[in-house]
Design a protein around this ligand. Sequence first.
Ligand code: DX5
Ligand code: ZN
Length: 219
Amino acid sequence: MNALISPSILSADLTQLGADLRACEAAGADAIHIDVMDGRFVPNITFGPDIVAACKRVTSLPLDVHLMIVEPEKHLKTFADAGADFLTVHYETCPHIHRTLQTIRELGVKPGLTFNPGTPLEPLNLLADMVDLVLIMSVNPGFGGQKFIPQSLEKIRQARAILDLHGSKAIVQVDGGIAPQTIRENYEAGARNFVAGTAVFKHPEGIAGGVRALRQALA
Ligand code: DX5
Ligand code: ZN
């Protein structure tokens, strides 16, 4: 199955993060999604580079770091040094997005670019060859457990079309409200990387049950 599942530790039990990460790995997750929030770009405040470094020590899964912070360019090296494999920045926070993506690449990290639900994708035409990942936000960022915004499906189709037009092999990732009920339509629209917090960590049968339910919905 060419669908990658990235549990978001925003919904993990932080009193036992190491155990949760090992459970994700055992459940066959493909990457770990780490939501960095600054209380400015988004209302919530979460993790910094020390958490990324701590995750690096307990899992060999790629670390996919989603930067929901203003002036992300000030912190790219710190997160790269902490062990990020992907660094995803928001189009809305980057007036010099071309340079920011270039810097991420120069740091030896895979660049990701994300767009909020209300942000058009047109600039992706100028940036398609600079990214390894395009994240379509399917909720307004800041919190887990929100409802999937259906218009995201059309944006996923658009993102895939723009990337294909420019010959880019970048993956389309979707984040927010991904659950067994929504994952399939996102796959059909062209997403291949699924971030899931609630659906993995709050599943009644635990982390393995959560990952299994998402895979089953795609089968
Ligand atoms: C939202 C974050 C997401 C969040 C998704 O701002 O970017 O990664 O963890 O949570 P769920 O899967 O619960 O919608
Ligand atoms: Zn995220």
